[in-house]
Write a protein that binds this ligand. Sequence first.
Ligand code: GGG
Length: 363
Amino acid sequence: MTTPRTFRIAAIPADGIGKEVVAAGRQVLDALAADSTGGTDAFALDWQEFDWGCEYYARTGKMMADDGLDQLKDFDAIYFGAVGWPTVPDDVSLWGLRLRICQNFDQWANVRPVHFLPGVISPLRKADDTELDWVVVRENSEGEYAGLGGRNLSGRGPGGEVAVQSSLFTEVGCERIIRFAFDLARTRTRRKVSSVTKSNAQQYGMVLWDDVFKRVAAEYPDVETESVLVDAMSAKFVLRPEDLSVVVASNLNADILSDLGSALAGSLGLAASANLNPERRFPSMFEPVHGSAPDIAGQGLANPIGAVGSAALMLEHFGLPDQAARLNKAIEKTTAAGVLTRDVGGSATTDEVTKTLIDALTP
Ligand code: GGG
């Protein structure tokens, strides 16, 4: 009998449906771990849950503990739900929790696959008879999310205030995410990287990005490339998605494009993501792309598939590709069987989908 590798996971469900989908993801992962004993990729999970988020903010005035990063830094990974609630300004909740973790743990690569699932109807007619599968790589540490700027001159009175919000593009930041995208493209059937900017209008930072893209591309002659403006790429997601494989973009552009991609695949509830610190100096964080969805929170209607797909990305990060593949197969069996939550046209509850996912782990 092989001794299972044990991974310490910090669970941060946070707000709204984040709580429901993290609970669902934990159940599926625990079932997979329990069934993994004996094999060479046997694994066990040691969970610790943190109650940070908007309710914690109501009690303490903070989104996470002051020493929260210190508490998290030795975990093998963070399994995150969603942040945001109407009682807390969105910029306060986002910067106080999710961005605090991403930026301080230098999780500079945010990987967001756009995956079309059997049994889920896409709003794209083309998806019926065309193989579609691409991945958005989001620069996750700088760009439009650098947090540089300020507000001033409120003393001028109503209507007189000014604000400056600067983007930060460093050559190091551009190069590492672009290289990451090329390395990822080399693992895929279609070896292609599409770089997205708005460098006709943003003539400093995004032209630097374009220059770095050309320089790095020269080192990957086996990978096809294209540089596309973000407005044209939005149209391409809808009109020519079969021409995409890896799409790399700045923090804001990739956030918007990946939401578009998930919607085209059928729902934001399906989309998985990994916030990676590729050097492994800090734990990486795995979370569904969707937010806290206050309109359906607490009703058992949330789609757990984005969270379970994120758990599969976590297992890949741990070097357990076969276990990750079992999770992804279970997702496909569940959607193919028509066990779908409301966002994808079904009537199943979160619990029903979770139970079906667990049953589907058994071949
Ligand atoms: N699980 C993802 C999440 O909680 N997102 C909340 C949000 O508002 N994100 C915006 C962003 O990260 O750009």
